[in-house]
Design a binder for this molecule. Structure first.
Ligand code: AMP
Ligand code: ZN
Ligand code: FE
Ligand code: FE
Length: 282
C-alpha cells in the first residue's frame, strides 16, 4: 500500500516531514508522496527520514493552478517524481515563492495602514520553514486580538475583495503539466470534485487536460464516497488516465484522516506507482 497525497509543516500540515514519513512506516506503507503546496522544501528532510525508515519517498508537490474561466472551483495539480534541484518546474516554483515574499510585505504594509499592529517578522515566525501565506497572517491577527478567528481575518481583511488582499502569481494548469513533463515528472488532478463541475462538464474538462498531457486523476480521495470514487474512475478510464489516490493528510488541520488509510477505507496499491512511473517522460 502507498499514499500519494500528504502534507507537512512545510506547507499547511501540522506534523514535520519526518513525522509524516514515520506515520507511513508505521502504517506499513511501501511508498509515500509528501506533496506540500507549491514548494519542494519538504523533499530533503522527508527523504532523509524515508531512507532511515525504509520507505520509498516519491518527491512530489501540489500546485494551486490558474485554470482560467473553465473552472469555477479550485484546481490543484499533484506532481510526482519532481526533484528539489534546479529544473524547469523547480525554478518556476522558486520564482513564485519569491513573489510570495513581495506579496506578504504588501499585505503587512496595508494592515499597518489600517491601524493594525503587525510585522512581517511575526508572520515569518508564525509560519516557520516553508511557504508563508495568508493563513499565517490570519493566525497572527487572531493571536494579537485583531480578529476573532481565522475566518474573521479572511472575511474582513484577507479574502479576495477585502482591503488587505493581493493577488499572487499562479501557474496555468497546462503550463504546469508541460513544466512537469520537461522535468521528468508526471501529474494528476487532486480531489477533482473541487473543480466544482457537474459530471458531464468534469468529463469534458478532464479530457482537455488529458489532451494537454495530464497523466492521472485522483479518484481514490479519502474524503470521497464510494459512488463519487466510482464516477471519477469512469472519467479516468475514458481518458486513459492513471487512477491515483491519497489521504490528503494535514495533521490536526483536517481531523479524522490517517496516512495510508484516510478515514479508514482508503487502499492505494503499489500498482498505481508502477503505472505512473511508466508514464514518466524519459
Ligand atoms: P495563500 O496561499 O497565501 O493565498 O493562502 C491560501 C490559503 O488560505 C488557502 O489554502 C486556505 O487555507 C486559506 N484561505 C483562502 N481563502 C480563504 C477564505 N475565504 N476563508 C478562509 N481561508 C481561506
Ligand atoms: Zn493543504
Ligand atoms: Fe488540495
Ligand atoms: Fe492536499
Amino acid at each position: 500500500m502507498i499514499d500519494l497525497h500528504t502534507h507537512s509543516t512545510i506547507s499547511d500540515g501540522t506534523d514535520p516531514p519526518a513525522e509524516v514519513v514515520r506515520m507511513a512506516a508505521d502504517a506499513g506503507l511501501s511508498a509515500l508522496a509528501l506533496s506540500d503546496h507549491d514548494t519542494l522544501e519538504h523533499v530533503a528532510p522527508a527523504r532523509a527520514a524515508a531512507d532511515r525508515l525504509g520507505v520509498r519517498l516519491i518527491p512530489a508537490t501540489e500546485i494551486s493552478c490558474d485554470s482560467g474561466d473553465a473552472v469555477p472551483g479550485a484546481l490543484h495539480l499533484l506532481v510526482y517524481f519532481v526533484e528539489d534541484r534546479p529544473g524547469p518546474l523547480a525554478d518556476r516554483l522558486a520564482a513564485l515563492q519569491a513573489e510570495r515574499t513581495t506579496r506578504n510585505v504588501r499585505i503587512v504594509e496595508r494592515l499597518q495602514e489600517l491601524g493594525i499592529d503587525v510585522t512581517l517578522d511575526e508572520i515569518l515566525e508564525e509560519a516557520g520553514p516553508g511557504t508563508v501565506g495568508r493563513p499565517h497572517v490570519a493566525a497572527v491577527l487572531v493571536r494579537k486580538g485583531a480578529a476573532t478567528s481565522i475566518q474573521d481575518a479572511f472575511d474582513r481583511l484577507l479574502a479576495k475583495g477585502q482591503p488587505a488582499y493581493f493577488e499572487r502569481g499562479r501557474l496555468g494548469v497546462e503550463e504546469a503539466i508541460a513544466l512537469a513533463h520537461a522535468s521528468g515528472a508526471v501529474t494528476s488532478v487532486a480531489h477533482p470534485l473541487s473543480l466544482g463541475l457537474a459530471d458531464d462538464a468534469l468529463d469534458d474538462y478532464v479530457g482537455t487536460l488529458a489532451a494537454a498531457g495530464l497523466d492521472g486523476l485522483e479518484c481514490e480521495y479519502a474524503r470521497y464516497r464510494p459512488q463519487e470514487r466510482a464516477m471519477l474512475r469512469g472519467v479516468a478510464a475514458r481518458h486513459g488516465l492513471v487512477t491515483t489516490g491519497g489521504s490528503d493528510y494535514h495533521g490536526t488541520h483536517k481531523p479524522g484522516l490517517s496516512v495510508g488509510t484516510g478515514t479508514g477505507d482508503l487502499r492505494v496499491g503499489d500498482d498505481v506507482l508502477v503505472a505512473l512511473e511508466a508514464r514518466r517522460p524519459l
